[in-house]
Design a protein around this ligand. Structure first.
Ligand SMILES: [Mg+2]
Length: 258
């Protein structure tokens, strides 16, 4: 209904997961960490603002390791780190299964439209594969058809903001960066995508919407979300979106104008 036929200059959509597909950070990963701390008898509780600051570090294990390092002069106990990571992963999966996390507006619509148009789509996250798969299986049950592959934190040594995950995805696609668009919510993700040469559409999340727009340097467009008929998009930077919905035609403009 909302997409004219593509002019074929857009070759692929590369989707970040956390904060882009769903508000996983504050509603999923954060409470899962807190449940793991409580189970281990630890006194820590990450409130939303604390967690938003911790998000400067990509990857749950790396985020936790950094936090533990700040708690005392000794390096973190590797056994404690791994125990917390394991418990946190279990709680995250359980929260997902319990329906605590929903897709953000417009995500299902845009993935469905792209699949119908025959556009290649892939997931590029530097979170763990287990968490990414849990989300896709629960919230996007048709994703096996929609996504050509998933690049996850397990697949690269350098996490976002390093471009490695996106460069790996482009190699797997055998496609030049100029033909693909990354959809990201964070400054780290935007840095990773732009360093790989990709045009980047930023869809601000609860965890990133308070950051200055200068944090998303190089973004082709910055929007409040992808939009539904009852939740139109606000464009903070980039081409106007008079229909209130981010469509394939809108994203196509980002490639053509590059
Ligand atoms: Mg993200």
């Amino acid at each position: 209904m909302d997409d004219a036929p593509l002019k074929h200059s857009l070759g692929a959509l590369l989707w970040d997961v956390d904060g882009t597909l769903a508000e996983t950070e504050l509603d999923g990963h954060r409470p899962a960490f807190n449940l793991a701390f409580a189970e281990e008898g630890l006194p820590w509780h990450w409130d939303p603002l604390t967690y938003i600051q911790l998000l400067a570090i990509s990857g749950g294990r790396e985020r936790l390791r950094s936090f533990l390092s700040d708690q005392g002069p000794e390096p973190p106990d590797p056994a404690l780190l791994e125990a917390l990571v394991r418990r946190k992963q279990q709680h995250y999966t359980a929260l997902m299964a319990a329906g605590a996390i929903q897709l953000r507006p417009g995500v299902q619509r845009l993935i469905t439209a792209a699949a119908a148009a025959g556009l290649t789509q892939a997931v590029v996250t530097t979170s763990g594969r287990r968490a990414a798969q849990a989300l896709i299986e629960r919230l996007l049950p048709d994703a096996a058809a929609a996504f050509a592959f998933l690049v996850c934190g397990d697949d690269v040594t350098a996490l976002k903001p390093a471009p490695d995950a996106y460069l790996l995805a482009l190699r797997q696609l055998a496609m030049p960066a100029a033909a693909a668009v990354a959809i990201e919510d964070s400054s780290n993700g935007t840095r990773a995508a732009t360093a790989a040469g990709l045009r980047t559409l930023v869809t601000l999340s609860e965890a990133t919407c308070r950051e200055p727009l200068t944090a998303f340097k190089g973004a082709a467009a910055i929007v409040s979300q992808l939009g539904e008929s009852d939740a139109p998009v606000s464009v903070l930077q980039g081409p106007a979106c008079p229909g209130g919905l981010i469509t394939l035609s809108y994203i196509e403009q980002l490639v053509v104008s590059s």
